[in-house]
Structure formats: C-alpha cells, structure tokens
Design a protein around this ligand. Sequence first.
Ligand code: IMP
Length: 429
Amino acid sequence: MPALIVAGAQWGDEGKGKLVDHLARQAHTVARYQGGHNAGHTVVINNEKFILHLIPSGILHEGKLCVIGNGVVIDPACLIEEMDALISRGVNIGDNLLVSENAHLIMPYHMALEAASESRMGSKKIGTTGRGIGLAYTDKMARTGIRMKDIMDPGLFKERLRAALEKANRLLDALYGTQGFVLEEVFDKYTVYAERLKKHVGNAGLVLNTALREGKNVLIEGAQGTLLDIDHGTYPYVTSSNASAGGACTGLGIGPTMIDGVMGVIKAYTTRVGNGPFPTELEDKTGEFLREKGGEYGATTGRPRRCGWLDIVALDHAVRVNGLSGFALTKLDILDGVDTIKVCTAYRVDGAVTREFPPDAATLERCEPVYEELKGWKESTSGIKKLGGLPANARKYIEWIEDRLGIGADMISTGQRRDELIIVKENFH
Ligand code: IMP
C-alpha cells in the first residue's frame, strides 16, 4: 500500500503522533497536509517525550523525508524553534525536511487579529489555540496571503507585506483600537527566517508524486480531527482547514487515485478542547477520571480537555466523510477498571431518535445521547502487545466497535510508549 492517510476521527488529540511514528518505520516519506502549530503530536521514545507541532513525527526516524505540504500554514518562528529543539536533542534533520514553497505563512498580525476577535466574541468565542491559524487561512482564501516562496524574494515580499499590513493595521485600529505593525520590523524578521529555511523549501508536490510513481511508501499525516474539519465538522466550532482525508490531496498536490487507504484514529473515549457541542461529554467524576488518568491536557495550550464516552454516531460520520478503510484504537488502557462502559449509538433530538450526525452545531447542541452499556474489564491492558493478551471484555469492546463501524481495527495502542502497541494488520509492506 504505497499511500496511506492517517486522520483523526474525532475532535483531534486521538494519539495520531504515536501511530504515525510506528508507521513511519516502513515509509519512505511522511507528509503533513493541513493545519499549523495548533496541532501537538506527542511521541514517547525511551521515556523521552517529544511534542511536535509542525514537523511530521517521521523526523524521529533517521533518513525519512518529512514533507510539510502546501495546505499547512506555517509560523516560521515556530518551525525554526521546533527544528532547533530537535537538533539539540540529537535528531538529525539534515536534508530530511522539505517545506512546500506554496505553504502560506502565519504573520504577526494574524495572531493579533485572532486574539482581538476572540475576546470580542465573549461567550460565543471558538476557543482557538490562539496561533493565528484561522486568520492565515482567511488571507489565503482572500488571495492576500504570503507564501513561503514569497519571503525568498525580498522585492516581492516587501510589496505583498506592505499591502497586507495596510489592511491589517487599519483593521486592528478601527475594530480594536490596538497598535499596528511596522513594515520594516516584520520584513527584517521574516527575511532572517527565509535565510534559515531556504534550503528546506521546494516543490513538495513534485517530490511526492515522484516518490509515489516510484512505488515508495508515503505516509500522509492529518492534524486535528474530522469533527474539527471546516466543512464536515461542528461548524463554526472547527479549525480552518480540511482535517479529514479529502484535505490530503489538495494539501499536498497529489491526486485521489494515488491514495490506497485511510486509517482513522479513534480514542477509546472522546475528548474535545475549545468550545462547541459535545453530546457525550461527562461533567462528572467519570469525566474527571478520564481526564486525569488519560492525561487529557492540550499538548499545545495545556488546556484541560473535555472528556466523554465514545460516540458511534459521530464516528459513523467520520467513517463516511473520510472513506475509512480501517482504524487504530488508542488509549484503551485508560478504560481499565471501569465497571460499565457506555457507548452512544443514537441521539434523541427534537422528540425523535436519529443515528445520523446532524450537519450543524445548533442541532448537535440539542442532541441527547442514547447509550448502550458494555461490560468493562478489571485487568490491566497497559503495554499489552498481542491481541490475544487482552482481557476478553476489552476484545469484545474492540469487536463491538468494528461491528458498528463496519471496518476493522488495524492497530491498538495500550500505552504512551512507542512499543506499547498491538499490530493487527500491517498497512505498509
Ligand atoms: P484553531 O485551530 O486554533 O483555529 O482552533 C479552532 C478549534 O480547533 C478550537 O476548538 C481548538 O481547540 C481546536 N483545535 C485546534 N487544533 C487542535 C488540536 O490539535 N487538537 C484538538 N483541538 C484542536
């Protein structure tokens, strides 16, 4: 299977980093297609924790080409910081990082405008990560964005920056009465970034297509999750990119016929950070238990994650939207010792029962979960590496999910460490 997409099936933070890290061993190239440094992918190697925000976790394997695609929005300062942090911990980046010349940049005014806009929205705010992601995508679509290749050309960059600042400074002043940015200061800063990054910038789409044509394994990594997708998520409480599998083609410059499989990553329960509807949310002791035992605090912002039971209605939607060919189940060990596991199989809304995920946040807000109860298991599943080693009820839980979703579990994660993983089916050969 040369091209495999790994995408989050819930609201992000499903544990994609660890699975990508495993799959990367057999990949030639690992590519990221959307989002920005709002993402936080955690990988634990020999008890050492690596949190990556922009660079695909494939970088932790020697000699893998890691691509940041045109669909990603990049804060160059963050990218350089991440590169330096990896280098200081002995990771060899060398020529292994390729950044698309067409990727759009996050500029300082994006962050300032986002902060101002969120504070104006009060209780209706999205609860963003505050990284300027949405505003960078806004400029991209408005055709006023600045791309990686633009900062490599000082004359063109200054022209585009002047136009962008004129608008951004006026907006900041008129809407929020805040001070604007000085052209020369931003220009100088980004010119330094350009100098540092230029050796890594190139035609990523061409490189990926060549690798695929040569039959090389390409692992395609999504950030966030399906329910945060700008089109298929709980709009407006979403991120500003296509986090679902469809975004992989436009975000990398490869055609749909190149994709061989889509693995959805599903956490054994559900979490969400930021605002917006969450039907199976538990605001009780069980929710607290999941948060504490699962270490459910944002890898990027440190915010406590909202926790709840698994939601099959939402997952069915994710199976459809992504065309999932299989799934990976993560954090199964967090459910160890829970007597009765609840699973949402339908919603009760406006006097009716539905198994369809509603297309808008307002309807979802009114949905009450309809639960089925499954028996938990007492034994520890922590670190188990063979399916047969799992307690019978844990296996039943997995089989129940497979049955409901109509796809199989390819991998099951039973702990934070790299080797705490059950491989049911290898996707790369
Ligand atoms: P933004 O992506 O910073 O614009 O935030 C929009 C929404 O997406 C907010 O609810 C964030 O909490 C959420 N979000 C963004 N990135 C992630 C992530 O990596 N994991 C989980 N939620 C995220």
